[in-house]
Design a protein around this ligand. Structure first.
Ligand code: FES
Length: 111
């Protein structure tokens, strides 16, 4: 399976997320990667509610206590682990999840 290195793991603060560009289905897309210890979760940086960036303030992806991903436009809340909307105007929708993993201290995306 093809894979691409995105970033070194230590470039993402533990418990936080980082915006970047990744190749998805052959196209360069805006994505973000959430780090929880040695585990990462990656999503397209695109809210399903009104089709806009999650981080309306660049780099801000969470609610106040960083327990949920929060879209900065209208406040939709999503699970960090699976991208499912759990509150706000995108209920019933999900973020587009990408397959990311950590190997030898680096974050990779399965292409
Ligand atoms: S665009 Fe994300 S909540 Fe509306």
């Amino acid at each position: 399976m093809a894979e691409q290195k995105l970033v070194d793991l230590d470039e993402i603060e533990d418990g936080n997320a980082k915006a970047m560009v990744g190749r998805v289905d052959g196209k360069q897309r805006n994505i973000f990667v959430v780090r929880k210890g040695e585990t990462v979760y990656a999503y397209l940086n695109w809210c399903p509610h009104a089709q806009d960036f999650i981080d309306q303030v660049p780099g801000i992806f969470f609610n106040r206590d960083r327990t949920l991903i929060r879209c900065g436009k209208h406040g939709a809340l999503f699970n960090i682990e699976d991208g499912a909307c759990v509150g706000g105007p995108a209920e019933g929708q999900k973020l587009v999840s990408l397959k990311a993993f950590v190997r030898d201290g680096a974050v990779y995306l399965e292409a």
